[in-house]
Design a protein around this ligand. Structure first.
Ligand code: NAD
Length: 256
């Protein structure tokens, strides 16, 4: 596993992989030849992703863990190491939104978002990094967002997504000498349950919400989870070893 051109199967863990972007990333990395740990809050929730991977001839394992809980994270990573092999690819994708204007934002809204995105990425990365260092090879991809640049009603989420960019750059600096890269993907509007929840909250039909958003996007469409999976596939690839500490905005145009 430590050889750059090793033909042994590498093992990836994708958090929040039961649906949406995480599920698409898990399926894509399985297609790319990785064995995949499909981590989500409930083990049962990851079953559909695992079945899709297995049906396509890949190898995957469903894991139930809350990324903001250190014990659950350690247990899930140990299980992956025991059942699939040492994980050397980590995609910190699990996420939640608790949108509100600042004056209405509760401490719980703030803490939940910080815990899942920031504490979650920290705990997962801390749990996996030793496997990467032992292998002298690793790839970390963190899901940021165009909201990192500021977004109305998302003081908590924008802060967390900007924080993940600083986390990514620091990982790149600390772990580079071990052959480990860390990069962030900052998606714009991607059609998932998360954006549907926003439409629901605003009382707008999801189709209308999508059509309205697409008009503002230079490529005239919203993103699909596979658009993000494609970029993740690049970042974790063998050939991307000289690309580290970067944030790529995948938003169908230059502006959020
Ligand atoms: P989604 O809501 O469809 O899926 C998120 C997944 O994360 C769910 O399966 C959920 O169960 C899981 N999850 C939530 N909390 C968790 C926890 N504590 N532990 C483990 N798993 C947990 O969301 P999505 O749209 O696929 O978003 C995926 C990531 O991309 C998130 O980090 C999100 O912030 C980011 N993102 C999404 C968009 C978008 O437009 N959809 C844009 C920019 C960034």
């Amino acid at each position: 596993m430590s050889e750059l051109n090793s033909t042994a199967t590498r093992v990836a863990i994708i958090t929040g992989a039961a649906r949406g972007i995480g599920a698409a990333v898990a399926k894509r990395l399985a297609q790319d030849g990785f064995a995949v740990g499909v981590l989500d809050l409930e083990e049962a929730a990851g079953k559909a992703t695992v079945e899709a991977i297995e049906a396509a001839g890949g190898r995957a394992l469903a894991l139930g863990a809350d990324v903001s809980d250190a014990e659950q994270v350690e247990a899930a990573v140990s299980r992956v190491a025991a059942e699939l092999g040492a994980p050397t690819v980590l995609v910190n994708n699990a996420g939640v939104i608790r949108d509100n204007m600042l004056f209405k934002m509760t401490e719980v809204d703030w803490d939940v978002v910080m815990n899942v995105h920031l504490r979650g990425a920290f705990l997962m990365t801390r749990a996996v990094q030793q496997h990467m260092i032992d292998a002298k090879w690793g790839r970390i991809v963190n899901l940021s967002s165009t909201s990192a640049l500021g977004n109305r009603g998302q003081a908590n989420y924008a802060t967390a997504k900007a924080g993940l960019q600083g986390f990514t750059k620091t990982l790149a600096i600390e772990l580079g000498k071990f052959g480990v890269t860390a990069n962030a993907i900052a998606p714009g509007f991607i059609q998932t349950e998360m954006t549907k929840a926003t439409a629901d909250r605003m009382g707008v039909a999801f189709e209308d919400f999508i059509a309205y958003a697409a008009k503002e996007i230079p490529v005239q469409r919203v993103g699909q989870p596979e658009d993000i999976a494609h970029l993740a596939s690049f970042f974790v690839s063998e050939g991307a070893g000289f690309v580290s500490g970067q944030v790529v905005y995948a938003a169908g145009g230059p502006k959020a």
